[in-house]
Design a binder for this molecule. Sequence first.
Ligand SMILES: Nc1ncnc2c1ncn2[C@@H]1O[C@H](COP(=O)(O)OP(=O)(O)O)[C@@H](O)[C@H]1O
Ligand SMILES: O=P(O)(O)OC[C@@]1(O)O[C@H](CO)[C@@H](O)[C@@H]1O
Length: 310
Amino acid sequence: MISDPAESVRAHPAGSVLGVGIAVLDLVNEVEVYPAEDDEVRALALRRVRGGNVTNSLAVLSQLGHPCRWVGTLGDDAAADLILDDLAGHGIEARDAVRVPGGTTPTSSILLSRAGGSRTIVHFRDLPELSAEDFGRVSLAGLARVHFEGRNPQETARMIRRVREEAPEVPISVELEKHRPGIEALLHGPQVLLASRAYAHAVGFEDPDAFLEDLLMHSDARLCVVARGAEGAAFLERGGHVQRVPAYVPTRVVDTLGAGDVFNAGVIHGLLEDLPAAEAVEQAVKLAGLKCGHPGIVTERASPPISDRT
Ligand SMILES: Nc1ncnc2c1ncn2[C@@H]1O[C@H](COP(=O)(O)OP(=O)(O)O)[C@@H](O)[C@H]1O
Ligand SMILES: O=P(O)(O)OC[C@@]1(O)O[C@H](CO)[C@@H](O)[C@@H]1O
């Protein structure tokens, strides 16, 4: 399993992490090098696994000892069964998941290049997303934290409002992975915003400092973080200044699929452990870096933790 920050893992009976977002069937084809258009190449390996940003993050959080719950929509197909089995195997509670009659579970066809460890994702989705009405049926009792994918902004903004009103003591984080129309509606309410570099670019920023200052100014978050791929991450706390954290470079980058999801889990883990923001981001960078040197998000539950190989 991915380890290191996990070395300090303790049991977390205090409350669970509720993750809200899509679950996906990932068809991961490992190839020697990324092919050219109209090429025909043999894959070296094929994995059919559960994916999706929030469920990936929950799988890591569960591995780190946090009780986890997921809510989102699923199709009416074998992929949904695979996803539910996998979540159950990770001890992630999914009883609030909404199965859409006749629906197809979102599917990502992924090429993972062994040459560079990069992942290229072609994502298919026509499944309706979780509505605020569905979320209204989800119990907010016993939560330590809620983490939302920044998608379906109008509905997600209503879900955030519900958490603020009914469980004001529960901290909220939102992932800003892609810029979507109306996403600004998600900047008010969450204490923590976790952005990707792609999001920063999409809203017009190359420079992480300027991006984080702008994001903090236009939100009421107390912590804004941006993941920067092989350049690591940067963060800004309200009242502080931007700090950059260099990437943790594994011996060899073999698989960056889900690095952002692992990174987000690392930050959330740090905050659940009451670490200062700098330490939470540092250990998230380390966790994500370790993950890049290792195939998959979490390995077989039976296998021993990988150690820090540098
Ligand atoms: N090539 C890499 N080497 C080391 N760490 C990496 C590498 N790529 C990503 N990371 C780590 O993973 C985090 C998330 O990476 P990012 O590329 O933003 O995610 P994704 O593309 O999966 O959304 C980064 O902040 C960094 O800490
Ligand atoms: O590599 P990333 O971007 O961190 O995330 C990968 C991933 O969560 O994103 C897709 C959904 O958008 C999933 O198919 C896949 O598992």
